[in-house]
Write a protein that binds this ligand. Structure first.
Ligand SMILES: [Ca+2]
Length: 216
């Protein structure tokens, strides 16, 4: 192999490596993040899309909304969202009520998170226009093994009348205990005196930095 060919080969190889590296940093570690895949045609409250489960004892639990009404609820049912409310992307979104302890929803992570790595969580939230759930709020996010829970950050938006999708995100450093926490849970919260109920779509969990700082 002559020198020019070696250099070209090295260049192509390093270019490929950087593509692979950037792909792993932008990959969404959550499955079914837009809530489009559903198991059947179940209608009503308290049903969730594939890969998501009810993580609260509160009945009937978190809900799925479909613009075309083919799974869960139409957005305007019970007056939770105004007529004509659409998903942020696709046909569906989910929502959990903040009434204590909150209609939490969760997912078992396919891949264990890495201690001391930095991750970003983001989502789009849509406020409800129903009378008793107009508070600001959104979702507190936890990693858990079902018993031990580690709060990692929150996704909050303005409630009561914005009637639009709002973006929220946070960055967190995975604690050492993350190796035993395989579940991620989104717990609805209100920041006001009554309750909040936010539509949730296009949730994302991505790796930002492999490993930072000393062990703790
Ligand atoms: Ca969607």
């Amino acid at each position: 192999m002559n020198n020019t060919l070696v250099m070209k080969t090295r260049f192509v190889f390093s270019a490929l490596l950087s593509v692979v590296a950037s792909a792993s940093f932008t990959q969404n570690l959550l499955r079914n993040p837009s809530f489009e895949d559903v198991p059947n045609g179940s209608l009503g409250q308290g049903v969730l899309p594939n890969d998501w489960y009810q993580a609260s004892i509160l009945e009937p639990g978190a809900d799925t909304y479909s613009e075309d009404g083919t799974y869960g609820l139409f957005p305007e049912e019970f007056g939770n969202f105004t007529v004509g409310t659409t998903a942020f992307t696709g046909n569906r979104f989910v929502a959990g009520w903040s009434l204590d302890p909150g209609e939490s929803m969760g997912q078992t992570l396919s891949k264990q998170l890495k201690p001391r790595a930095r991750y970003r969580v983001s989502a789009w939230l849509h406020d409800s226009t129903r009378a008793f759930q107009l508070d600001d709020g959104g979702y507190d996010v936890y990693l858990t093994d079902g018993i031990l829970s580690e709060y990692i950050g929150h996704l909050y938006a303005t409630g009561g009348g914005t009637d639009a999708w709002q973006f929220s995100e946070f960055v967190f450093r995975a604690p050492q205990i993350v190796t035993s926490l395989s579940e991620i849970v989104f717990q609805p919260v209100s920041l006001g005196a009554q309750t909040a109920y936010f539509g949730l779509d296009d949730v994302s969990l991505t790796l930002q930095i492999q490993s930072i700082g000393p062990r703790r």
